[in-house]
Every structure is written in structure tokens, then in C-alpha cells.
Design a protein around this ligand. Structure first.
Ligand SMILES: [Zn+2]
Length: 85
């Protein structure tokens, strides 16, 4: 049994869920129960911080796609495509 700091309820280990094992192979439980974890995530998704993060991620993703498309186009134009494999 473990108390969740968010809902202050004692819950079983199954209700917390495991984290990924660390290098030593030890598995720790999540700090918050699954229910609070979902609630926290939902709240976080509404914050400006998350929205900014998403925008930044999308911007980088599209910039990378454009860069690759440009490289591919250049390779085709220069006839160097076969050297890039
Ligand atoms: Zn909780």
C-alpha cells in the first residue's frame, strides 16, 4: 500500500503502476496513482507551457521535414541520389 500525494488516498501498488526499470533493474512505482496521473496529464495539456511545447515540437518537426525534402530534391537534381544510400 502506498499513499498518493495528490488524492491523499492509500492505494494498492497495482493502482500506481510501475515506472520503467532503472539501470540496476529495480522497478519503482509512480509517485501518483494512475487516476491522478491521468488527471495531472489532462490538466497539463491545458497549460500554456504544454501548448508552447507542442508548437515548438511541430515547428522543429516541419523544419526537419523541409530540410530533408530540400536535400532529396538537391540530390535528385545533382544526380547524387545513388551515392546517398
Ligand atoms: Zn491519487
Amino acid at each position: 500500500m502506498k499513499a498518493c500525494p495528490m488524492c491523499k488516498q492509500e492505494k494498492t501498488n497495482e493502482e500506481f503502476g510501475n515506472r520503467k526499470p532503472n539501470k540496476a533493474g529495480k522497478v519503482y512505482l509512480h509517485s501518483y496513482c494512475k487516476q491522478c496521473h491521468v488527471t495531472k496529464w489532462k490538466l497539463f495539456k491545458k497549460t500554456d507551457e504544454f501548448k508552447a511545447h507542442q508548437r515548438e515540437y511541430a515547428r522543429r518537426y516541419y523544419a526537419e521535414q523541409r530540410r530533408l525534402a530540400k536535400l532529396a530534391k538537391e540530390a535528385i537534381n545533382n544526380g547524387t541520389l545513388k551515392d546517398m544510400t
